[in-house]
Design a protein around this ligand. Structure first.
Ligand code: SF4
Ligand code: SF4
Length: 161
């Protein structure tokens, strides 16, 4: 008798789940919604960056390179900003250290590569990735603030205009 009851309960559970929509998604065609601040990746926003290098100093793996030129007004022009994702462990310490939230955790978790050298990402590519992020997220940064710009063109793109 107890066995029959257990069977019936099991069948009921099965029937209940049959009526529910599937919770799986057809990756990679479909992507699951993830919280904007999930530590999926790093996104660098050139328009917020002062070139102070605090992020590079905070990185335990030494995978951020910042090169600047002083401007006459005392600010810095960020000539190079590069991240070596071959070394990055996605700890987020750079993002925590940045006083201007110019580098933030979030962004794509699907940028898989077959050539590891592609994981060395320079300023132009970082700008492209940030643009892509903002275009997809209604011009809101991962930290929830409204973006202070529309698309910023990477220097190499600007030369064509
Ligand atoms: S996430 Fe961590 S390891 Fe990666 S660049 Fe930032 S501080 Fe360095
Ligand atoms: S990302 Fe932040 S910490 Fe790094 S150089 Fe730019 S402003 Fe400074």
């Amino acid at each position: 008798m107890a066995y029959g009851l257990a069977m019936a309960k099991g069948m009921l559970t099965t029937l209940k789940h049959l009526r529910r929509p599937p919770i799986t998604v057809q990756f990679p065609e479909e992507e699951r919604d993830i919280p904007p601040r999930a530590r999926t990746n790093l996104v660098w926003f050139v328009e917020r960056c002062t070139g102070c290098s605090t992020c590079a100093q905070a990185c335990p793996d030494g995978c951020i390179l910042v090169e600047t030129d002083p401007r006459e007004d005392g600010s810095y022009l960020v000539k190079r900003y590069e991240i070596d994702f071959r070394l990055c462990m996605y700890c987020g310490l750079c993002a925590e250290a940045c006083p201007y939230e110019a580098i933030q955790v979030g962004g794509s978790y699907t940028n898989v590569v077959t050539d590891p050298t592609e994981l060395y990402v320079d300023k132009d590519r970082l700008i492209g990735q940030a643009n892509e992020y903002l275009e997809k997220h209604d011009w809101v940064y991962p930290n929830g603030q409204k973006a202070i710009r529309q698309t910023v063109h990477a220097p190499s793109e600007r030369q064509h205009h």
